[in-house]
Design a protein around this ligand. Structure first.
Ligand SMILES: *Cc1c(COP(=O)(O)O)cnc(C)c1O
Length: 509
């Protein structure tokens, strides 16, 4: 049996102790030694078993998003801008979130974020911030339609992701749904016929994770606004104004100009900020929502408020930069990265690809991008590297798509891949591609074996049996046990990002 202090000196366990603290690491080693004594594992497997256990612990790890899906729900949707990250760090301690430092009295909670949001959408009389878009919808339904009816098109009864559905969410508030029209076509007359004294509001939901084509018809907010009842527009992705690159994606300013009484949206999709729900619109309605008892249960924390305000004041958060990235620059970066890797003996080629917005935005839209193609066997080991690098597997190769990768992360990808190829995986908690993974010290050959082990049972993380990651990847029941069910077996998500935009990303849902 290896001595405890000898095992603890293992470079990978030293790194784990830096991340998780020595007591946890020591406990994991002692537990692994017990398993070795019981004969469940071999004595030389103690360090690896302890590492595998420790990999499950600790806060979420940093991931380099090379999936080609800008807003990957399983990867936390929008990455924060450096200014938002700094704001979060500053707000982490005691902060003036609800205090006026000038007067020394209570201040309006989150006034900075509220002011930034109001300034970003001058067409809104008032604004409010809740936990996410789902919370914004629940608050609107509760405050404006509990015990009454919400009129909504049958073409907009959307499942967000992870089995959660907007109609169920609305009904859970005590509101009744008054469904109108059909799956493919709904007319203004359908809404008009359904409106009556019981109507709380008309709801317009952006079908942000699917497209209906062919014989279709929907009614625009502008027309709904003529019906004489409040129109609540769930625009989904949080664009505050028109984005020319995504002409079919609704935005808050246009919805309000068109007569929406209230707009709801997510903060962590195309707005590029933290998870949050934005409510914008008529002052009387926003005020009713804000003062409703449920509002207290949906309020956001100081970290969210700090990140949201910084995002709103930032000219180009990372998701915006990725959306607008020049395909030629991406191709150049891919070429340079592939050349670096080839020089290190890794079979890498630069290829042209198509990326997707994902995250419940711009379904069906693809963006020209550049990627580095590597042997598919690297998918698993890269996912468990530090930082993790998550790509997508296509045609038996691993594509590392650079559209959602920050330029300064290219060098980290090069380092991670060359380390694996040279047989020295960065393995802190890394070597945990699956049970029995020999750990980061193995070379590419052993890694290949580990990758096979990590694949189909999903223990390696997000990707499916083939290591592919869908636009939303697994969420919830289907996906929690590994992406296999999400991207592979049932055909969700795998392959071309955006090809199966199933979920809002939200959570994708
Ligand atoms: C994403 C999305 C939601 C859910 O938003 P969350 O912020 O994840 O709660 C609701 N409606 C639409 C149209 C969406 O796109």
């Amino acid at each position: 049996m290896p001595r405890t202090d000898a095992v603890l000196a293992d470079r990978r366990l030293v790194a784990a102790a830096g991340r998780l603290g020595r007591p946890l690491v020591k406990a994991a080693v002692v537990a692994a030694q017990q398993r070795a004594r019981a004969g469940t594992i071999a004595p030389e497997e103690v360090a690896g078993a302890a590492l595998a256990h420790l990999a499950e612990l600790g806060p979420p790890r940093r991931v380099i998003n090379a999936t080609g899906v800008l807003l990957h729900t399983n990867l936390g949707r929008a990455p924060l801008s450096p200014s938002a990250a700094r704001a979060v760090a500053a707000a982490a301690g005691a902060t003036d979130v609800e205090f006026d430092l000038r007067t020394g009295t209570r201040g309006r909670r989150g006034r900075g974020a509220l002011a930034a949001l109001a300034a970003a959408v001058p067409g809104a009389e008032a604004v409010h911030i809740v936990n996410n878009n789902a919370a914004a919808l629940v608050l609107a339904a509760t405050a404006l339609a509990a015990g009454r009816e919400i009129v909504v098109s049958r073409g907009e009864l959307v499942e967000i992701g992870d089995g959660f559905r907007i109609p169920d969410l609305l009904v859970s508030t005590g509101a009744r749904l008054r469904e109108v029209g059909t799956t493919n076509r709904t007319h203004l007359a359908d809404y008009a016929a359904a409106i009556g004294p019981d109507t709380g509001f008309v709801l317009k939901v952006h079908p942000s994770n699917f497209r209906v084509e062919g014989f279709t018809g929907t009614v625009e907010v502008r027309e709904l606004a003529t019906l004489g009842v409040p129109v609540v527009a769930d625009i989904g992705s949080g664009l505050l104004e028109r984005e020319p690159l995504l002409p079919d994606e609704p935005d808050a300013a246009t919805a309000l100009r068109s007569g929406a009484a209230l707009v709801t949206a997510s903060g962590d999709k195309l707005l590029g900020g933290p998870q949050a729900g934005l409510l914008l619109g008529r002052r009387d309605l926003v005020e009713r929502l804000r003062r409703h008892p449920l509002a207290r249960a949906l309020r956001v924390g100081k970290l969210t408020l700090a990140a949201l305000e910084a995002t709103l004041r930032d000219p180009a958060p990372p998701v915006t930069a990725a959306l607008h990235a020049d395909p030629q620059v991406l191709a150049k970066r891919a070429g340079a990265l592939a050349a670096t890797l080839r020089a290190a003996g890794v079979p890498a080629t630069a290829v042209a690809t198509r990326a997707a917005v994902g995250g419940g935005g711009a379904p069906g839209v693809t963006l020209p991008s550049g990627a580095v193609r590597l042997p598919a066997a690297l998918a698993g080991p890269l996912r468990t590297a530090e930082p993790a690098v998550v790509g997508r597997v296509e045609d038996d190769g691993l594509l590392l798509d650079l559209r959602a990768v920050l330029p300064e992360e290219d060098a980290e990808i090069a380092a991670a891949v060359t380390a694996l190829a040279a047989g020295r995986g960065h393995a802190a908690p890394a070597g945990t591609g699956g049970p029995g993974d020999p750990g980061g010290s193995a070379g590419l050959g052993a890694r290949r074996k580990a990758n096979r082990a990590a694949g189909p049972d999903g223990s390696g993380g997000l990707a499916g049996p083939d290591g592919s990651v869908g636009p939303e990847g697994p969420e919830g029941p289907e996906g929690a046990d590994g992406a296999d069910s999400a991207s592979g077996a049932n055909g969700r998500g795998g392959g071309m990002p955006g090809a199966h935009p199933q979920e809002y990303g939200g959570t994708a849902g």
